[in-house]
Design a protein around this ligand. Structure first.
Ligand SMILES: C[S@@+](CC[C@H](N)C(=O)[O-])C[C@H]1O[C@@H](n2cnc3c(N)ncnc32)[C@H](O)[C@@H]1O
Length: 420
């Protein structure tokens, strides 16, 4: 991108980085937070109030780094194919779980415990170390970094394994699926279908494979760590107090993690979580005593006619899994239960226009969008696409407001049901 000033871009970026780093470090010191490092015990997360400074720094450092790569190197960086080999091996053998926290373990011992050849362990782990996963504090010994320590959390290991064993093979077949089924909106005509040689939609296929189900479940839990996705944010993301004594149906609400968070913070609301049978089975037993009676579960297929009358129907990260053909069916299925004044709240991505948000956040959104295509022919929608979807479903769906909470990747669309 040409700079309007005569200062070369790399010099401009370096100056911006220097002053922003000084500012960042001062603010970290003022809060008594250690400066970022790869040390195992270094904090994983930055305080929220430093987010915009961090956004600016991440974009500036990435731009400087990418300006200094030649085209082949830049393409190679993004292709990153061999990186997945190291991540697959590390997570499949749960090597992060073998490394003692605050201690070290030899390549030889990892070889013994994993059954992998010692030379191969050294080779794969040194490759992982080049990505800051593990470190070699002395020859032949492996210790944690902040990154590998994070990977040692069992559900994070399972999520990374999900990316390597489920997403990666499916991603390699997305373009094949586009060639084979041009324009398809079907959830069983995807990269995932081709990679797994199945004609079943992803949830059905995974449901029949417990090991994969476990990886998928972990991936859903790991999404909570993506900036702006933490379940605790849900209470701040929308003015729930404004809906008063409300009944909420949380459609596709999984095992109720979000519903429990809402019930905990807003004592006037009562929630019914609807999801597939295998998802809601036994979920009620996780409801703490003090919330019992205010969070209930109900087996409900998302395309079936809604049978519960409520004040609010809440969909979180649901529509993204479906192309318009099916998203329309889901919306229309709610209509028989809707009474004037009922609200539909949709919490999902509202895709940023290019250059409207920090690039590193835009990259996350666009990667998720492609992953959705890869799994179910789903998609992240732009605001005009949401509006068109609602209008096509029924003119009585009126988009009232769109909230984009600060630091969130998920918007909330507040839709009113208006009798004409
Ligand atoms: C991406 S998850 C979102 C879960 C939850 N709303 C959250 O935000 O954590 C999508 C949810 O849709 C549910 N789902 C998918 N297909 C469904 C169907 N046919 N009927 C009911 N629920 C379905 C899944 O079981 C899953 O809980």
């Amino acid at each position: 991108m040409a700079s309007p000033s005569s200062t070369p871009r790399i010099v401009e970026l370096a100056a911006q980085i220097s002053s922003s780093v000084t500012d960042l470090q001062e603010r970290l010191s003022a809060q008594g937070i250690p400066s970022p490092s790869f040390a195992e015990d270094n904090p994983k997360d930055f305080p929220e109030d430093l987010n915009s400074l961090r956004d600016a720094l991440l974009d500036a450092t990435a731009e400087l780094h990418e300006l200094l790569l030649d085209p082949l190197q830049l393409l190679y960086k993004f292709a990153s194919i061999p990186n997945m080999v190291g991540i697959d091996a590390t997570t499949r053998y749960n090597i992060a779980g073998m490394v003692p926290h605050g201690g070290q373990i030899s390549f030889a011992e990892i070889s013994e415990r994993s059954g992998l050849d010692k030379g191969l362990v050294r080779r794969l782990l040194r490759h992982a170390m080049s990505m800051r996963i593990f470190q070699e504090p002395e020859p032949e010994m492996v210790a944690h970094t902040k990154i590998s320590s994070f990977l040692s959390i069992p559900y994070i290991n399972a999520w990374a394994s999900f990316e390597a064993r489920d997403t990666w093979p499916a991603a390699t077949r997305v373009v094949d699926s586009i060639e084979k089924w041009p324009g398809s909106e079907e959830p069983n005509q995807t990269g995932f279908s081709l990679a797994n040689n199945t004609d079943k939609p992803v949830f059905e296929f995974v449901g029949a494979h417990p090991e994969r189900m476990m990886r998928f479940g972990s991936a859903m839990k790991a999404v909570d760590h993506v900036p702006g996705h933490a379940p605790e944010l849900i209470s701040k993301d929308y003015d729930w107090a404004s809906i008063g004594n409300a009944s909420i149906v949380h459609v596709g609400g999984g095992r109720g993690q979000i519903a429990l968070e809402l019930a905990k913070n807003f004592e006037n609301v009562k929630l019914t979580v609807q999801d597939m049978a295998m998802m809601v089975e036994g979920a009620e037993s996780d409801v703490p005593d003090q919330l019992k009676g205010r969070v209930e579960f109900m087996k409900h297929e998302i395309f079936d006619t809604q049978t519960l009358e409520a004040d609010v129907y809440f969909f979180r990260m649901v529509f993204r899994n479906w192309c318009d053909k099916y998203a329309l069916q889901i919306l229309k299925a709610q209509i028989p239960a809707l009474r004037p004044g009922a609200k539909i709240l949709i919490q999902d991505a509202c895709m940023p226009e290019p250059d409207s948000v920090p690039l590193w956040r835009e990259r996350v959104q666009r990667s998720v969008d492609v992953a959705l295509k890869c799994y179910s022919n789903g998609r992240n929608r732009y605001l005009d696409e949401w509006k068109a979807l609602l209008a096509a479903a029924d003119e009585r769906f009126r988009l009232n407001q769109v909230f984009l909470p600060k630091n969130s990747l998920l918007s909330i669309l507040e839709i009113h049901w208006v009798e004409l």
